[in-house]
Design a protein around this ligand. Structure first.
Ligand code: F0G
Length: 351
Protein backbone atom coordinates (compact mmCIF):
# COMPACT_ATOMS: atom_id res chain seq x y z
CA UNK A 1 0.00 0.00 0.00
CA UNK A 2 1.84 3.15 -1.16
CA UNK A 3 1.55 6.35 0.89
CA UNK A 4 -0.64 6.54 3.99
CA UNK A 5 -1.49 2.90 4.82
CA UNK A 6 -4.73 3.42 6.78
CA UNK A 7 -5.12 3.43 10.56
CA UNK A 8 -4.56 -0.28 11.26
CA UNK A 9 -1.05 -0.27 9.79
CA UNK A 10 -0.30 3.27 10.97
CA UNK A 11 -1.17 2.41 14.61
CA UNK A 12 -0.49 -1.32 14.54
CA UNK A 13 0.83 -1.38 18.11
CA UNK A 14 -2.43 0.11 19.40
CA UNK A 15 -5.01 -1.59 17.18
CA UNK A 16 -4.90 -5.35 17.69
CA UNK A 17 -6.28 -7.60 14.94
CA UNK A 18 -6.56 -11.39 14.90
CA UNK A 19 -3.29 -13.21 14.09
CA UNK A 20 -2.86 -13.62 10.35
CA UNK A 21 -5.90 -11.45 9.56
CA UNK A 22 -6.02 -9.74 6.21
CA UNK A 23 -6.25 -5.98 6.84
CA UNK A 24 -9.25 -4.32 5.18
CA UNK A 25 -8.54 -0.65 4.47
CA UNK A 26 -9.65 2.11 2.13
CA UNK A 27 -6.91 4.46 3.37
CA UNK A 28 -8.95 5.93 6.25
CA UNK A 29 -7.47 8.38 8.76
CA UNK A 30 -4.73 11.03 8.46
CA UNK A 31 -7.43 13.66 8.02
CA UNK A 32 -6.64 17.40 8.12
CA UNK A 33 -6.35 19.23 11.44
CA UNK A 34 -7.23 22.57 10.00
CA UNK A 35 -6.72 25.95 11.62
CA UNK A 36 -9.99 27.90 11.80
CA UNK A 37 -9.03 31.60 11.75
CA UNK A 38 -12.55 32.98 11.76
CA UNK A 39 -13.70 30.80 14.65
CA UNK A 40 -10.49 31.59 16.55
CA UNK A 41 -11.16 35.29 16.15
CA UNK A 42 -14.79 34.92 17.24
CA UNK A 43 -13.98 32.90 20.34
CA UNK A 44 -10.63 34.31 21.46
CA UNK A 45 -9.17 30.80 21.34
CA UNK A 46 -7.00 28.83 18.95
CA UNK A 47 -9.53 26.67 17.14
CA UNK A 48 -8.79 23.70 14.92
CA UNK A 49 -11.19 21.56 12.90
CA UNK A 50 -10.57 17.82 12.65
CA UNK A 51 -12.07 17.34 9.20
CA UNK A 52 -13.44 13.81 9.23
CA UNK A 53 -15.37 14.29 6.01
CA UNK A 54 -12.00 13.69 4.34
CA UNK A 55 -12.24 9.97 5.14
CA UNK A 56 -12.89 7.54 2.24
CA UNK A 57 -16.68 7.40 2.63
CA UNK A 58 -16.94 10.94 3.98
CA UNK A 59 -17.24 10.37 7.73
CA UNK A 60 -15.33 9.33 10.86
CA UNK A 61 -17.08 5.96 10.80
CA UNK A 62 -14.40 4.62 8.45
CA UNK A 63 -11.84 4.49 11.27
CA UNK A 64 -13.91 2.05 13.25
CA UNK A 65 -15.26 0.21 10.23
CA UNK A 66 -11.78 -0.70 8.94
CA UNK A 67 -11.19 -2.54 12.21
CA UNK A 68 -14.69 -4.02 12.49
CA UNK A 69 -14.63 -5.39 8.94
CA UNK A 70 -11.07 -6.71 9.35
CA UNK A 71 -12.31 -8.70 12.36
CA UNK A 72 -15.52 -9.75 10.59
CA UNK A 73 -13.57 -11.09 7.60
CA UNK A 74 -11.19 -12.99 9.89
CA UNK A 75 -14.13 -14.53 11.79
CA UNK A 76 -15.23 -16.45 8.72
CA UNK A 77 -18.82 -15.15 8.80
CA UNK A 78 -19.86 -13.88 5.39
CA UNK A 79 -22.26 -11.08 6.34
CA UNK A 80 -22.35 -7.91 8.44
CA UNK A 81 -25.30 -5.92 9.73
CA UNK A 82 -25.73 -2.46 11.25
CA UNK A 83 -28.34 0.05 12.30
CA UNK A 84 -27.65 3.55 11.09
CA UNK A 85 -28.73 7.14 10.64
CA UNK A 86 -26.73 6.93 7.40
CA UNK A 87 -22.99 7.23 7.84
CA UNK A 88 -22.41 3.89 9.51
CA UNK A 89 -24.38 2.21 6.72
CA UNK A 90 -22.37 4.04 4.02
CA UNK A 91 -19.12 2.98 5.68
CA UNK A 92 -20.17 -0.60 6.42
CA UNK A 93 -21.38 -1.17 2.87
CA UNK A 94 -18.14 0.20 1.36
CA UNK A 95 -15.79 -1.79 3.61
CA UNK A 96 -17.92 -4.93 3.23
CA UNK A 97 -17.74 -4.54 -0.55
CA UNK A 98 -13.96 -4.18 -0.29
CA UNK A 99 -13.75 -7.35 1.81
CA UNK A 100 -16.16 -9.36 -0.35
CA UNK A 101 -18.75 -9.60 2.42
CA UNK A 102 -22.50 -9.09 2.22
CA UNK A 103 -23.93 -6.12 4.14
CA UNK A 104 -27.38 -5.40 5.48
CA UNK A 105 -28.24 -1.95 6.80
CA UNK A 106 -31.26 -1.00 8.93
CA UNK A 107 -32.18 2.66 8.53
CA UNK A 108 -35.07 4.77 9.82
CA UNK A 109 -37.53 5.24 6.99
CA UNK A 110 -37.29 8.61 5.26
CA UNK A 111 -34.83 9.97 7.82
CA UNK A 112 -31.45 9.46 6.21
CA UNK A 113 -29.74 12.02 4.01
CA UNK A 114 -29.70 11.48 0.25
CA UNK A 115 -25.95 11.05 -0.21
CA UNK A 116 -25.74 8.35 2.44
CA UNK A 117 -28.55 6.38 0.81
CA UNK A 118 -26.79 6.73 -2.55
CA UNK A 119 -23.62 5.24 -1.06
CA UNK A 120 -25.37 2.21 0.44
CA UNK A 121 -27.23 1.59 -2.83
CA UNK A 122 -24.13 1.75 -5.02
CA UNK A 123 -22.00 -0.39 -2.70
CA UNK A 124 -24.65 -3.10 -2.93
CA UNK A 125 -25.97 -3.19 0.63
CA UNK A 126 -29.31 -4.81 1.41
CA UNK A 127 -31.16 -1.72 2.56
CA UNK A 128 -33.93 -2.33 5.07
CA UNK A 129 -35.98 0.75 5.87
CA UNK A 130 -37.54 0.39 9.29
CA UNK A 131 -40.80 1.98 10.34
CA UNK A 132 -39.21 3.47 13.45
CA UNK A 133 -36.24 5.56 14.58
CA UNK A 134 -32.53 4.71 14.98
CA UNK A 135 -33.06 3.26 18.44
CA UNK A 136 -35.59 0.76 17.00
CA UNK A 137 -33.15 -0.10 14.19
CA UNK A 138 -30.33 -0.80 16.66
CA UNK A 139 -32.49 -3.07 18.76
CA UNK A 140 -33.50 -5.01 15.65
CA UNK A 141 -29.88 -5.31 14.47
CA UNK A 142 -28.74 -6.55 17.89
CA UNK A 143 -31.47 -9.21 18.04
CA UNK A 144 -30.70 -10.40 14.51
CA UNK A 145 -26.96 -10.66 15.19
CA UNK A 146 -27.62 -12.58 18.41
CA UNK A 147 -29.62 -15.26 16.59
CA UNK A 148 -28.05 -15.50 13.12
CA UNK A 149 -24.51 -15.87 11.68
CA UNK A 150 -23.92 -12.20 10.96
CA UNK A 151 -21.48 -9.71 12.55
CA UNK A 152 -22.91 -6.57 14.15
CA UNK A 153 -20.69 -3.61 13.17
CA UNK A 154 -22.35 -0.88 15.23
CA UNK A 155 -20.20 0.78 17.90
CA UNK A 156 -21.58 -1.69 20.47
CA UNK A 157 -18.98 -3.91 18.75
CA UNK A 158 -15.98 -2.86 20.87
CA UNK A 159 -13.36 -3.07 18.10
CA UNK A 160 -15.13 -0.24 16.26
CA UNK A 161 -14.33 2.23 19.00
CA UNK A 162 -10.68 1.11 19.18
CA UNK A 163 -10.37 2.23 15.56
CA UNK A 164 -12.07 5.53 16.31
CA UNK A 165 -9.47 6.32 19.00
CA UNK A 166 -7.03 6.94 16.15
CA UNK A 167 -8.48 10.43 15.58
CA UNK A 168 -7.36 11.51 19.06
CA UNK A 169 -3.91 10.02 18.47
CA UNK A 170 -3.57 11.90 15.18
CA UNK A 171 -4.46 15.20 16.86
CA UNK A 172 -1.82 14.65 19.56
CA UNK A 173 0.76 13.53 16.98
CA UNK A 174 0.23 16.77 15.03
CA UNK A 175 -0.01 19.22 17.97
CA UNK A 176 2.61 17.49 20.13
CA UNK A 177 0.11 17.62 22.99
CA UNK A 178 -3.60 17.24 23.60
CA UNK A 179 -5.83 20.33 23.17
CA UNK A 180 -7.35 22.03 26.24
CA UNK A 181 -10.89 21.36 25.07
CA UNK A 182 -12.35 18.95 22.53
CA UNK A 183 -15.85 19.62 21.13
CA UNK A 184 -17.88 16.82 19.54
CA UNK A 185 -21.40 16.20 18.28
CA UNK A 186 -22.96 13.37 20.29
CA UNK A 187 -25.57 10.92 19.01
CA UNK A 188 -25.09 7.29 19.99
CA UNK A 189 -22.12 8.52 22.10
CA UNK A 190 -19.55 6.09 20.69
CA UNK A 191 -17.23 8.73 19.29
CA UNK A 192 -16.87 10.80 22.46
CA UNK A 193 -16.16 7.52 24.28
CA UNK A 194 -13.50 6.60 21.72
CA UNK A 195 -11.78 10.00 21.74
CA UNK A 196 -11.57 10.00 25.52
CA UNK A 197 -10.13 6.47 25.52
CA UNK A 198 -7.60 7.53 22.89
CA UNK A 199 -6.50 10.63 24.81
CA UNK A 200 -6.22 8.83 28.15
CA UNK A 201 -4.29 5.98 26.52
CA UNK A 202 -1.74 8.41 25.06
CA UNK A 203 -1.42 10.20 28.41
CA UNK A 204 -1.03 6.92 30.33
CA UNK A 205 1.74 5.87 27.94
CA UNK A 206 3.50 9.23 28.32
CA UNK A 207 3.06 10.23 24.68
CA UNK A 208 1.37 13.43 25.91
CA UNK A 209 1.25 15.01 29.35
CA UNK A 210 -2.32 16.33 29.30
CA UNK A 211 -5.85 15.33 28.40
CA UNK A 212 -8.58 17.66 27.12
CA UNK A 213 -11.90 18.55 28.69
CA UNK A 214 -14.54 16.77 26.60
CA UNK A 215 -17.46 18.98 25.50
CA UNK A 216 -20.31 16.93 24.00
CA UNK A 217 -23.14 18.67 22.16
CA UNK A 218 -26.53 17.29 21.19
CA UNK A 219 -29.40 18.69 19.16
CA UNK A 220 -32.03 20.22 21.44
CA UNK A 221 -34.74 17.83 20.17
CA UNK A 222 -32.52 14.79 20.70
CA UNK A 223 -30.59 15.51 23.87
CA UNK A 224 -30.96 12.56 26.26
CA UNK A 225 -27.51 13.06 27.81
CA UNK A 226 -28.29 16.69 28.57
CA UNK A 227 -31.67 15.84 30.15
CA UNK A 228 -30.40 12.70 31.86
CA UNK A 229 -33.18 10.54 30.42
CA UNK A 230 -34.03 8.90 27.09
CA UNK A 231 -36.00 10.88 24.50
CA UNK A 232 -38.89 8.86 23.04
CA UNK A 233 -39.32 10.71 19.77
CA UNK A 234 -36.08 12.50 18.95
CA UNK A 235 -36.35 15.26 16.33
CA UNK A 236 -33.70 17.42 14.67
CA UNK A 237 -32.63 18.60 11.24
CA UNK A 238 -29.30 16.90 12.04
CA UNK A 239 -30.60 13.44 11.11
CA UNK A 240 -27.24 11.78 11.85
CA UNK A 241 -27.71 12.44 15.57
CA UNK A 242 -31.47 11.92 15.77
CA UNK A 243 -31.06 9.39 18.59
CA UNK A 244 -33.04 9.15 21.82
CA UNK A 245 -31.27 6.38 23.71
CA UNK A 246 -27.50 6.32 23.12
CA UNK A 247 -25.82 2.91 23.36
CA UNK A 248 -22.62 4.33 24.91
CA UNK A 249 -24.47 6.47 27.47
CA UNK A 250 -22.48 5.40 30.54
CA UNK A 251 -19.01 5.71 28.99
CA UNK A 252 -19.90 9.15 27.61
CA UNK A 253 -20.91 10.31 31.09
CA UNK A 254 -17.63 8.91 32.44
CA UNK A 255 -15.69 10.81 29.76
CA UNK A 256 -17.41 14.05 30.68
CA UNK A 257 -16.92 13.54 34.42
CA UNK A 258 -13.31 12.34 34.30
CA UNK A 259 -12.27 15.11 31.91
CA UNK A 260 -14.05 17.96 33.68
CA UNK A 261 -16.13 18.48 30.56
CA UNK A 262 -19.80 19.12 29.87
CA UNK A 263 -22.83 18.19 27.79
CA UNK A 264 -25.11 20.82 26.37
CA UNK A 265 -27.81 21.18 23.73
CA UNK A 266 -27.94 23.45 20.69
CA UNK A 267 -31.05 24.30 18.69
CA UNK A 268 -31.50 23.47 15.01
CA UNK A 269 -31.16 27.21 14.30
CA UNK A 270 -27.80 27.29 16.07
CA UNK A 271 -26.71 24.18 14.17
CA UNK A 272 -27.69 25.71 10.82
CA UNK A 273 -25.93 28.98 11.72
CA UNK A 274 -22.69 27.10 12.44
CA UNK A 275 -23.21 24.99 9.28
CA UNK A 276 -23.40 28.09 7.10
CA UNK A 277 -20.60 29.89 8.93
CA UNK A 278 -18.24 26.93 8.42
CA UNK A 279 -19.01 26.93 4.70
CA UNK A 280 -18.84 30.67 4.13
CA UNK A 281 -16.07 31.75 6.48
CA UNK A 282 -13.83 28.71 6.81
CA UNK A 283 -14.45 27.06 3.42
CA UNK A 284 -15.38 23.79 5.09
CA UNK A 285 -18.56 22.03 3.96
CA UNK A 286 -19.89 19.66 6.59
CA UNK A 287 -23.21 17.94 7.15
CA UNK A 288 -25.59 19.53 9.70
CA UNK A 289 -24.83 17.06 12.54
CA UNK A 290 -21.15 17.88 12.21
CA UNK A 291 -21.80 21.58 12.71
CA UNK A 292 -23.19 20.74 16.17
CA UNK A 293 -19.66 20.75 17.62
CA UNK A 294 -19.07 24.25 16.28
CA UNK A 295 -22.50 25.47 17.40
CA UNK A 296 -21.54 24.23 20.86
CA UNK A 297 -18.17 25.97 20.65
CA UNK A 298 -19.88 29.27 19.84
CA UNK A 299 -22.41 28.79 22.65
CA UNK A 300 -19.86 27.98 25.35
CA UNK A 301 -17.32 30.59 24.20
CA UNK A 302 -20.03 33.28 24.27
CA UNK A 303 -21.06 32.54 27.87
CA UNK A 304 -17.52 32.25 29.20
CA UNK A 305 -17.23 28.49 29.58
CA UNK A 306 -14.19 28.44 27.29
CA UNK A 307 -11.28 30.36 28.83
CA UNK A 308 -9.68 32.88 26.46
CA UNK A 309 -6.54 31.57 24.83
CA UNK A 310 -7.55 27.90 25.02
CA UNK A 311 -6.57 25.45 22.32
CA UNK A 312 -9.81 23.89 21.09
CA UNK A 313 -10.37 21.11 18.58
CA UNK A 314 -13.82 20.68 17.05
CA UNK A 315 -14.41 17.44 15.21
CA UNK A 316 -16.53 17.95 12.14
CA UNK A 317 -17.69 14.40 11.62
CA UNK A 318 -19.09 14.14 8.10
CA UNK A 319 -18.90 15.74 4.65
CA UNK A 320 -21.45 18.31 3.51
CA UNK A 321 -22.11 16.43 0.28
CA UNK A 322 -23.81 13.75 2.36
CA UNK A 323 -26.86 15.98 2.64
CA UNK A 324 -27.28 18.15 -0.45
CA UNK A 325 -30.97 18.79 0.26
CA UNK A 326 -30.24 20.79 3.41
CA UNK A 327 -27.58 22.81 1.61
CA UNK A 328 -29.95 23.79 -1.17
CA UNK A 329 -32.98 24.52 0.98
CA UNK A 330 -34.26 28.04 0.42
CA UNK A 331 -31.16 29.02 -1.54
CA UNK A 332 -31.72 27.95 -5.10
CA UNK A 333 -32.92 30.64 -7.40
CA UNK A 334 -30.58 30.57 -10.31
CA UNK A 335 -32.07 32.73 -13.06
CA UNK A 336 -30.80 32.10 -16.58
CA UNK A 337 -28.36 34.79 -17.69
CA UNK A 338 -27.66 36.35 -21.09
CA UNK A 339 -24.41 35.15 -22.69
CA UNK A 340 -22.82 38.55 -22.24
CA UNK A 341 -19.91 39.69 -20.02
CA UNK A 342 -21.89 42.81 -19.08
CA UNK A 343 -24.66 40.64 -17.63
CA UNK A 344 -22.09 38.63 -15.64
CA UNK A 345 -20.43 41.80 -14.34
CA UNK A 346 -23.82 43.23 -13.35
CA UNK A 347 -24.73 40.00 -11.50
CA UNK A 348 -21.45 40.25 -9.56
CA UNK A 349 -22.11 43.93 -8.86
CA UNK A 350 -18.84 44.84 -10.59
CA UNK A 351 -20.40 47.67 -12.56
N1 F0G B 1 -21.82 13.09 13.38
C1 F0G B 1 -22.19 12.32 12.35
C2 F0G B 1 -22.04 12.88 10.98
C3 F0G B 1 -22.70 11.03 12.57
O1 F0G B 1 -23.05 10.28 11.54
C4 F0G B 1 -22.85 10.57 13.90
C5 F0G B 1 -23.40 9.25 14.18
C6 F0G B 1 -22.43 11.41 14.93
C7 F0G B 1 -21.93 12.66 14.63
C8 F0G B 1 -22.52 11.02 16.36
O2 F0G B 1 -21.54 10.09 16.72
O3 F0G B 1 -23.07 8.31 17.49
O4 F0G B 1 -20.63 8.24 18.00
O5 F0G B 1 -22.11 9.90 19.11
N2 F0G B 1 -23.89 8.50 13.28
C9 F0G B 1 -24.34 7.11 13.48
C10 F0G B 1 -24.68 6.47 12.16
C11 F0G B 1 -25.38 6.97 14.51
O6 F0G B 1 -25.51 5.57 12.13
O7 F0G B 1 -24.09 6.84 11.15
P1 F0G B 1 -21.85 9.08 17.91
Amino acid sequence: QPGWPGIIHAYSARIPIPPGAEVVTLGEGNTPLLRAPHLSELTGSTVYLKVEGANPTGSFKDRGMAVAITHALASGLRAVICASTGNTSASASAYAARAGLTSAVLVPQGKIALGKMAQAVLHGARILQVDGNFDDCLELARKTAADYPVTLVNSVNPVRLVGQRSAAWEICDVLGEAPDIHCLPVGNAGNITAYWAGYTEYAADGVVKNTPRMFGFQAAGAAPLVHGEPVKTPETIATAIRIGSPASWQTAVEARNASGGLFDAVTDEQILHAYRLLARKEGVFVEPASATSVAGLLLTAADGRIPQGSTVVCTVTGHGLKDPATALEGNVEVEPLAVDPRAVAAALELS
